[in-house]
Design a protein around this ligand. Structure first.
Ligand code: ZN
Ligand code: ZN
Length: 349
């Protein structure tokens, strides 16, 4: 099914509709199809040719015929799905795919994450994937690429979402840790990206004690280290005694926070690192005692700042809270519409 990405509002029968931008790119429920390249971006179904923005499971699925992604994203996919018949795309290298010039540019979201810049017949479309603008020591910084059409995520596309400074959230964590050396602080953080970022941010704040981790994070920790990200001394909880973990930070996937596994920990203070922790109710639902507002997605200010900076003629919005951002674009004389892609899920972002 072909969904028109944008219909001009209020076109009277006497005015010819303007030529629509991006007529060579199609939005389907299972992903974005780039016609003149005969390739899909982040499809949720197996496709013969897939260009992948980053390794999160809602964007990178297994089973594609051929994958074009950064070497880091390919490595993450191989770690999850086994060998990929793929091609590594270094940042900023332009490749010709069919009749489209394609370039992967850093998105600042997780290791290897990329925006995909597409150029065809003088028109430039940027597909952001997921992104953030604040510094993250575990991945390359977002690079703004001015464009005609910007396809943006809007996971936190409401003015209520304003993420605080990461450093101050990490300091709250450390303060809590030092307040009671008989307990540990158990931080829920998703396994790809957030977990390694929390560890690295702790190191940057001068915390050099061993950090304990749930076994489910081990392979991704190793993968990050293999790409040169320093995580310091890590120990797996399965090989530690309860006593020895007192006074230390423990990192686990969010799903493990309230399960049997956590009983082996010394009276944990349950924390969770996510943009959703801005919403108290979400923290309560997960029995989170120490909500840490640390996100790998742009907050409201970062979203609007980015659109201002790129000055696109049109903005197409994916991932959730599209309405407010669409309205913001309209009031800034930028055409905007939502793309109804299914399967994008950022529950623990
Ligand atoms: Zn993501
Ligand atoms: Zn996403």
């Amino acid at each position: 099914m072909l969904l028109l990405p944008w219909e001009p509002p209020g076109v009277s029968p006497y005015i010819a509709p303007m030529a629509r931008l991006g007529s060579w790119i199609e939005s389907h429920p299972e992903g974005i199809y780039v016609k003149p390249a005969d390739a899909w971006i982040d499809p949720s179904q197996p496709k013969p040719k897939a260009m992948i923005t980053h390794g999160h499971a809602d964007h990178a699925r297994g089973g594609h015929g051929a994958v074009l992604a950064t070497p880091e994203t390919l490595a993450i996919m191989e770690c999850r799905y086994g060998p990929q018949s793929g091609q590594g795309a270094a940042y900023d290298e332009t490749m010709r795919i069919g009749e489209v010039d394609v370039r992967f540019v850093p998105a600042g979201h997780v290791l290897g994450s990329a925006q995909i810049v597409l150029e065809h017949k003088g028109e430039r479309i940027v597909v952001s994937g997921d992104y953030k603008r604040r510094p993250d020591p575990t991945c390359a910084c977002f690079v703004p690429v001015p464009c005609d059409v910007f396809i943006t995520e809007a996971t936190f596309g409401l003015p209520v979402f304003r993420h605080p400074e990461t450093g101050s959230e990490i300091d709250r964590l450390l303060h809590r840790l030092h307040a009671d050396p008989s307990r540990c602080v158990l931080v829920g953080a998703y396994a790809l990206g957030k977990a390694q970022r929390i560890v690295n941010e702790l190191r940057q704040r001068g915390h050099h004690e061993p950090i304990y981790y749930h076994g489910a994070i081990e392979r991704l920790n190793q993968l990050y280290e293999s790409f040169g990200i320093d995580l310091g001394e890590l120990r797996q909880t399965a090989q530690a005694t309860k006593m020895e973990m007192a006074g230390h930070v423990v990192i686990a996937p969010p799903g493990a926070l309230n399960d049997r596994w956590s009983r082996r920990l010394p009276d944990p203070v349950t924390a969770m690192a996510s943009g959703w922790m801005r919403i108290r109710q979400r923290a309560r639902q997960r029995n989170v005692e120490l909500p840490l507002i640390i996100s790998d997605h742009a907050d409201w200010d970062e979203l609007t700042m980015t659109i201002r900076e790129l000055e696109p003629t049109e903005v197409w919005i994916t991932h959730g809270r599209e309405e407010a951002l669409k309205h913001w674009c309209m009031t800034h004389q930028i055409k905007a519409c939502e793309l109804n892609l299914i399967g994008y899920e950022d529950e623990d972002s």
